[in-house]
Design a protein around this ligand. Sequence first.
Ligand code: AHG
Ligand code: MN
Ligand code: MN
Length: 332
Amino acid sequence: MPKLTSLKEFITENQKDFNYSTSDLSCLLRDIVLAAKVVNQDIQRAGLLDHVLGAQGVENIQGEAQQKLDVLADQAFIKSFLEGGVVCGIASEENEDFLAFDATSSQAANYVVLFDPLDGSSNIDVNVSVGTIFSIYRRISPVGTKATLEDMLQAGNKQVAAGYVLFGSSTMLVYTTGNGVNGFTLDPISGEFFLSHANMQMPLNGRLYSVNEGNLNDFDPQLRAYLAYCQSDVNQTGKPYSGRYIGSLVADFHRNLIKGGVYIYPAVPSAPKGRLRLLYECNPLAFIAEQAGGLATDGNQRILDIEPTELHQRAALYIGSKEMVEKAMGLV
Ligand code: AHG
Ligand code: MN
Ligand code: MN
């Protein structure tokens, strides 16, 4: 068997590709991996632990019922970033406001992280894949001061890295620093992530579509026409595509990244600006999609070019194989 490349070795070997300090990147990924392992442990034993499974009993800032694991994951990542010393502040789906870290070492740090601690959290109780999605920016405010809202409200095209940890049938870390996309699988025996999916490329076209069809009656005519095309035999495969919708964006995205497919969550009356969060979900996955040869838009414009105006901003999302997104948008 050829020798496996660990995440640490991969970062060192590829350091010439990074346009920023390798040690910073490696520390940041170390912090993410550390928290991910804590969350992973909780998820693996969720049904056995009272403090892990089920609802927290409160709503988050988005008005959604928080799961206990939403809160545990949020706390695990914040603790890791606080202690790691390379992050000056964070914003998370689960917190009303962003956090600017007080410690002098944190204020001396260069980066902010925006994240969805647990995506697909309604799936925890039924033992279906969930994940953590993260987005990393260089700060705008001067080093040595506290992080500001401006640091958090940057367009997705300013991301220096983005990725996700998928807690699926195996646990994977997939990330990009703007030089392609690589995937690592957690070896539960050694506790290390090893390179398993080098230079991931999203197929240009595919035969999977992911959409909550319960909302079909609220979709605009163009989207309905695209779904009719997916379900017909006039598409490039000569037979209907398969519908695949997990309800965990991160897992739907990961499958479509590997197999080719499109995920669509348009604006609907119950979510007039879209359901998904621009900063914690759309931007990081859009960066990964583009780096793998795919596309991400809100139905009209490139996700990465949207200038955010608020932390918990929502967006419509069309993401996946390039030709499928273009077709869904009515461009071809
Ligand atoms: P979260 O669990 O972080 O709130 O995100 C859930 C998101 C996304 O993961 C999923 O694809 C979508 O919401 C599902 O929404 P519907 O139940 O409306 O289809
Ligand atoms: Mn989410
Ligand atoms: Mn979430």
